[in-house]
Design a protein around this ligand. Structure first.
Ligand code: FAD
Length: 432
């Protein structure tokens, strides 16, 4: 008889809540990862940096398990079918995993739980990827917060060492089943090709975090942690990350609280996945000019900071947060293109793509989200450049031709676009 621990967005052996609970019981644990064909089939690009990142993380997890005398069971298919196969092959005492708050994942997990329960197998899931989840931080009347600042206040008043303590998973590693390793699927087996993925480091120097509040807005500096992809796939633990933030910098801690906030919003308001948080914003008559969209995607808008950001994204799969705000605002307000187009483009390109944070960021920029920028505040891409890349270091890196005559003319005039955005938003919101 064995138990199963199912890895998803928690691809690590240390400080892993669900894994800790599975190992502690004393029944041998089979660690399992499923390349979910329902997700992989939806990806249009066969050269996908994220798939490659996961593939590398799985290989490294399997190596660590091999060193412990165990192995990683890796499957490719639909989770429900995999579980139905597994229960025929093995006597399973229970399945353990960690919570996932995305709508697709919730449906998938409900179906798996229902199926396992029908076979008298319990499905145990744990909070692991956030510090506070679901309704742990609510307004005094029990309703979810929709504004960040009071949410943050309560988060900070509630947090204590209990919530950020690491799970000592490593104490129980002798509970993994002892098995020789099995060959892992290659990227090719999964239907994907190698990309130019440059894997960001899993740790950050304390100096960067200590100066974060002063450096975080300047895209030319190495002033942010670059841990987003690791937090996304759980190759590092949020509890250990928050411990570091508490020690070194409250401004950085703030960003980690935004992360909890957006997961909480997605959980309570799943309609944000397809529509505006504030429904009035679904009535904005977007112009959706496909030619303008193509210029934005390629980084050819004639606005150097916007173009530098989009080119950085296209080449590396990463974009600095300040620049994400600028390019997103430019798409929605200057070009009057539906924020969902930009959201989908980011979703396809970002290595750290996360539904909750990406959706939150886009709805913030479009003005349609909870606690969003007011619609009449329109970022000036030139003023942002003067403020945050004064010496044009970031722009020179990504748009070397920006001062030459070869550089594109601005796609729209800033003052014209600003007024058009305000008038369009105002008319739509007043009508609603
Ligand atoms: P740091 O500045 O070092 O921050 C530390 C960590 O805090 C990040 O790694 C991330 O996990 C979290 N974090 C920081 N800012 C935010 C935020 N505003 N919301 C939620 N979490 C945050 N972040 C993603 O992880 N995935 C996305 O798909 C994503 N899409 C975005 C889209 C738009 C339009 C905008 C404006 C922001 C988006 N962000 C997203 C938030 C933010 O830009 C990135 O988390 C950050 O740039 C990652 O760099 P870093 O790891 O150096 O972050």
């Amino acid at each position: 008889i064995v138990s199963i621990f199912w890895f998803r967005r928690d691809l690590r052996l240390t400080d892993n809540a669900g894994l800790y609970h599975a190992l502690k019981v004393g029944i041998p644990v089979i660690p399992l990862f499923i390349y979910d064909s329902d997700i992989l089939e939806q990806l249009s690009d066969r050269e996908d940096r994220r798939v490659q990142f996961i593939h590398q993380a799985i290989e490294s997890l399997a190596e660590s398990l091999q060193l412990l005398g165990s192995y990683l069971l890796v499957k490719h298919g639909k989770p429900l079918e995999i579980f139905s196969q597994l229960i025929q092959e093995k006597k399973i005492a229970a399945v353990y995993t960690n919570h996932d708050y995305e709508p697709y994942a919730q449906q998938r997990d409900a179906a798996v739980e229902h199926y396992l329960n029908k076979h008298a197998i319990p499905f145990h899931t744990y909070k692991d990827q956030v510090i506070f989840e679901k309704s742990e931080i609510t307004k005094p009347d029990g309703k979810p917060y929709t504004v960040f600042t009071p949410y943050k206040k309560r988060w900070l008043n509630t947090v204590n060492s209990f919530y950020v303590k690491s799970y000592p998973t490593e104490k129980y590693t002798s509970q993994f089943v002892t098995m020789p390793p099995e060959p892992l699927p290659t990227l090719k087996d999964l239907g994907f090709r190698e990309t130019d993925l440059r894997t960001p480091g899993k740790s950050v120097t304390e100096k960067i975090i200590a100066h974060y509040d002063k450096t975080r807005d300047y895209p030319a500096l190495a002033g942010t942690s670059r841990l987003s992809v690791h937090l996304r796939f759980g190759t590092i633990s949020i509890r250990q990350t928050v411990q570091l933030a508490q020690k070194l910098n409250v401004t950085w801690l703030n960003e980690l609280i935004w992360r909890d906030f957006y997961h909480m919003i997605l959980y309570h308001f799943p309609h944000v996945e397809s529509g505006a948080f504030k429904p009035a914003y679904d009535y904005i008559p977007w112009q959706n000019n496909e030619n303008h969209f193509a210029h934005w995607c390629a980084g050819n808008t004639g606005y150097p900071l916007v173009d530098a950001g989009m080119r950085e994204l296209n080449v590396t799969g990463f974009m600095h947060n300040r620049v994400r705000m600028v390019v997103a605002s430019f798409l929605c307000k200057h070009l009057l293109i539906d924020w969902r187009w930009g959201e989908a483009y980011f979703a396809a390109k970002l290595l750290d793509y996360d539904l909750a944070a990406n959706n939150g960021g886009w709805q913030w920029a479009a003005g349609s989200g909870c606690d969003a920028a007011p619609y009449f505040r329109v970022f000036s891409p030139l003023a942002q450049l003067q403020k945050f890349d004064k010496q044009y270091l970031y722009v020179k890196k990504w748009v070397p031709e920006w001062e030459s005559s070869n550089y594109s003319k601005p796609l729209v005039d800033h003052e014209f676009a600003r007024k058009r955005a305000i008038n369009t938003y105002k008319a739509a919101l007043t009508e609603y």
